[in-house]
Write a protein that binds this ligand. Sequence first.
Ligand code: NAD
Length: 505
Amino acid sequence: MNIIKHYVDGQAYDGTSGKTQPVLDPSLGKPQSEVALANVDDINHVIESSAQAQKVWAKLNPQKRVRIIMKWISLINENMDSLATTLSLEHGKTFPDAKGDIQRGLEVLEFALGAPHQLKGEYSSEVGAGIDTYSMRQPLGVVAGITPFNFPAMIPLWKAGPALAAGNAFILKPSERDPSVPVKLAELFMEAGAPAGVLNVVHGGKESVDALLDSDVVQAIGFVGSTPIAQYIYERCAATGKRAQCFGGAKNHAIVLPDADIEATADTLVGAAFGSAGERCMALSVVVPVGQETADRLRDALVARIPSLQVGHSLDKTSDYGPLVTQDAKNRVENYIQQGVDAGAELLADGRTLDMTDASYEGESLAGGFFTGPTFFDNVTPEMSIYTDEIFGPVLSMVRAETLEEAVKLPNEHEYGNGVAIFTSNGGAARDFATQVNVGMIGINVPIPVPIAYHTFGGWKASGFGDLNQHGPDSFRFYTKTKTVTSRWPDDSNAGPQFSMPVMD
Ligand code: NAD
């Protein structure tokens, strides 16, 4: 079986651990390749390669670096279809959704082309007699990104683009569940003219991550994944004095006011709740209609749409969404559905009843695929686990609220604070909501408010640990350190030794 290797120094690297793990085809429910898993020696080898390459890379002026990134963008676009096909086959998201994954990553590379501007320092002349002060932004050195399975192109590019443009060497440790596209992206970066070792990719689990966290050479960690791991990485980085930004899980609410267009909102909600099988950190998994009449109308509109959703092979053009990533993920989601039933929520659509026994795609049976149908609960209450926990599957919960205040209290008091959306035609209510809600990214009649590349992305509360967000200007702040120079050139004004604190007067 094909082994997906690490990518170090501009070439495939076997590693020394001898350990591999299967990479599955989630639509068929069987292995399609193996991925090499790194041990501590392999990580040390990767770090050494990155440290050498960074010295060369940082010496290129920023414009030369971004010209290579510009070429990289072209190569990714030229290879879009084959990258999206590979991504779809390993992750299980549909082909158009896989292209969206790559496209949202490309947008951050496009933003990173502005590195010469983003890296500009500040200058103040005559801060004292004959004294000028200026600042510069310098790369950190070797930095690493540890990324989740659910966006195997977008999130690696969000991290690598600004880090590389700023002059760092980047070590990517992608998810071992869908590792092929990250390697392909690094190969294309080399093809674009990057020096070997500037972007290395290493696969593995906890052992490899811990070796990166404990390295004295690695200066910063950009993490995206589940909250317990985000918190673990943040704390371990703090203990070793490493810079860290760690983004975690989510439970995103959609608040629907009585004046919303219910039919349009229902269309939007099915896409945002069930698209990508609900495996998006910005998926809407809770809907909160305000008032019983709004709730009843919305419930009817959702119940009418759900049966027509098509679940199938990720490359099947008729599929609205594909399988979950693994059998464990499917079991976990379906276990939550049972918890919802046991807790007394009203199950209006049960994804467990989806029958794929006779389903096939291009002659291959989908009976073993990790599919769960769209699931919809009404009368969910805030203490139920289907409300408190991130399910990360195609499950939508309706929590009814009598007033807007009662509705807003829900996302405000929830452990997670990644995204939230409000559906209304009342501008004043939407504006107040956006100002007051205790969540990082807000949609006003926009279901998945992932900010554009030149703004920043980041959740609040248990959805994000660290001070600086991903992409946008924050990304250059995260991947650089500021140095401030105060200078005076020799002249005739030697005042002799000064023993008190210098002040600028
Ligand atoms: P995960 O936490 O299981 O894995 C993320 C990364 O951490 C992977 O590279 C994995 O190999 C590594 N890892 C896993 N266990 C580890 C351990 N014990 N020690 C060290 N490293 C470990 O997450 P996932 O299942 O790949 O991704 C889904 C999660 O990511 C969801 O919770 C989702 O909400 C979250 N997510 C968040 C955002 C965001 O921006 N907030 C974006 C996408 C996904």
